[in-house]
Design a protein around this ligand. Sequence first.
Ligand code: AMZ
Length: 398
Amino acid sequence: MILLPAIDIQAGRCVRLYQGDFATAHQVAADPMDAARRFRAAGAEWVHMVDLDGARQGRPVNQEIFLTVARESGLRVELGGGIRDMEAIDFYLRNGVQRVILGTAAIRSPELARQAAARYGRRIGVGIDAKEGRVMVEGWQSEGGRDYLELAAEMADLGIGCLVFTDISRDGALTGPNLAALGALLARVSCPVIASGGVRDLADIRALIGLGTQGAICGKSLYAGTLDLGAALELAAASDGVGTAGVEAGTEARMAGYSAADASADAAAGDGAVATGDVSDGGGVEAAPELAEYFAKAPLIPAIVVEDQTGEVLMLAYMNQESLAKTLATGYTWFYSRSRACLWNKGATSGHYQKVKSVTGDCDKDTLLLRVDQTGPACHTGSHSCFFRPLYVGNGLE
Ligand code: AMZ
């Protein structure tokens, strides 16, 4: 599971509210960048940011802060608040923000959510902010007129990347997440769900892992000190693949598609953690039925990539059935990004493509070996191979 520490911004300050009530705003950190740096130092890979002024005013307000954190903190930024048109979506996603969350706009203009999902795929999230089961909008000041489950199901069908569910009555209250409402949501939709509101301690993180949410947002608990971020991150990372709800195919795909180890794997093997807007869903290719055998045990399997000429190991990435089919159909490598929960074409961003020479399955059909002609370096750091960090070198004597 992914753990997302939260930074909410009001008038340039890092604040927390109680149940979304602006009158309760109090500053919790001296500076948003300091908070982001501390989260990164504790091991976080994502940060959930909210433009509170933006949510209330209906337009982006504190842009510079979000872009600075995206540029300089080393964290992937998920951002909501005041993103109501394509211009704002384009602006953030083309300037370093990894994922935007649409709240009010998703209700008022489902067509915008659909177009945004078509353009940016999994980098679009939808916020389902509910009070007693009803969705709230405009900084949670007004009723959106929709049941939370209905809206969630409608949005999930648009091909968005995730739903971020917030129980408003729990937000900032440290009373535990609303597991019943989350359970109903997970049963209704098959896209990743991130839980927000109420997290107090490690027991709550454990409960969310058990429920099968792909992420947990923690705000007040970190600032109030009831949750230790390092310990929570460790628990979340250790949970990969664990989950009582894992029996259902959709849930398993969610679990596998969104693990905490993702960002490092993608950063090492992918075209870098920085989003550039050309992440493609790569849809449209039918997976051949005989490939299904390789995915009988898990929806994602490792693909070891070696250079055809030299045999040098270049990288390891993950494939789902669709990405394998696309690789075979196009002759270039396609993988599945666990952090972005979408297909990615190696080289689409960097130009460092891999032309496939052969694909071989292993003895028990759960790992792939690809021999490729590599254009440029395979690693986003500029190294030819992603494997350049020696951890142990023996002396060759037995
Ligand atoms: O705390 C609040 N009053 C609040 C808040 N945290 N109001 C909105 N938001 C967040 C939502 C979502 O991420 O959780 O802002 C986003 C939605 O904003 P908008 O402008 O798209 O409705």
